[in-house]
Unconditional design. Sequence first.
Length: 175
Amino acid sequence: MNSLVEVQNLIYEVRGYKVMLDSDLAKLYGVQTFNLNKAVKRNLQRFPADFMFQLTKEEYEPLIFQNGISKTGRGGRRFMPYVFTEQGVAMLSTVLNSEQAIAINIQIMRTFVQIKKFALENKELNKRLTDLEHLFMQHCKENQLDNQELMQAIDLLLDRTKPRKIGFNTTNGKE
């Protein structure tokens, strides 16, 4: 089974959506891309535009370079790929009803949840750090403190927490 990290590496952001390529999904589900798309086309009413859409050439080209996808006309795709949003991937489980498709679908859904959770935690952490910075600056201003001295003390502490090299010094203190 593919790990969360492996699946996470197959999720891209296009048009403001987190999406997966039809070819990547086909590999995960153990079917050919053609057959996956054929099953979707037989059930198009289940896939509105916010569940699935076809990439433009401009959207697809960066993915070719980013992932080493073969170029069209050289044994690669003849048509621009379709991508599926989280809801589209969930809907695929109703179209592809094999044991492997169900297991992979569960894994993909967990990955989307992890991405959302990370984004939310990161946003909250960023806000808390910004709030803390504003409080610190206000405190320095009110108490006429030189925040430069405090920043130097923090830098000194950070230097002390850096890992030290292990082994003998062969320069005997000389550079």
